[in-house]
Design a protein around this ligand. Structure first.
Ligand SMILES: [Zn+2]
Length: 104
């Protein structure tokens, strides 16, 4: 299981991806109402829309991080590939899945 609310609270204000530090910002509205997040590659910003459920927000955040990873590591993922990776990351994040649960 994934505790989306806990993950949402742990979204940092800065995230290091490759040689760059991306600022994580929240806004109420994008120009296009259907946009939930945006990675500004020039400005090194990940911008997330307020008002999403914790699960949506975390997935949007992961999605935007993947855009930044794709750029900074020269992976050149397409939007479709990023959407699939976003789904796949949910399994990576699942507690006790790719790493067994253990004592601290
Ligand atoms: Zn995208």
């Amino acid at each position: 299981m994934i505790n989306w609310t806990k993950l949402k609270r742990r979204i940092p204000s800065k995230v290091v991806i490759g040689n760059y530090t991306y600022e994580v910002l929240f806004i109420d509205e994008f120009k296009s109402p259907s946009t939930l997040g945006e990675t500004r590659l020039e400005d090194k910003q990940i911008v997330l829309k307020n008002g999403q459920t914790p699960k949506e927000l975390v997935k949007t955040y992961l999605h935007e991080c993947l855009h930044a990873v794709s750029e900074e590591f020269d992976v050149n993922l397409t939007e479709q590939q990023i959407l699939k990776m976003e789904e796949a990351l949910s399994f990576i994040l699942r507690d006790g899945n790719i790493f067994k649960k253990g004592k601290k």
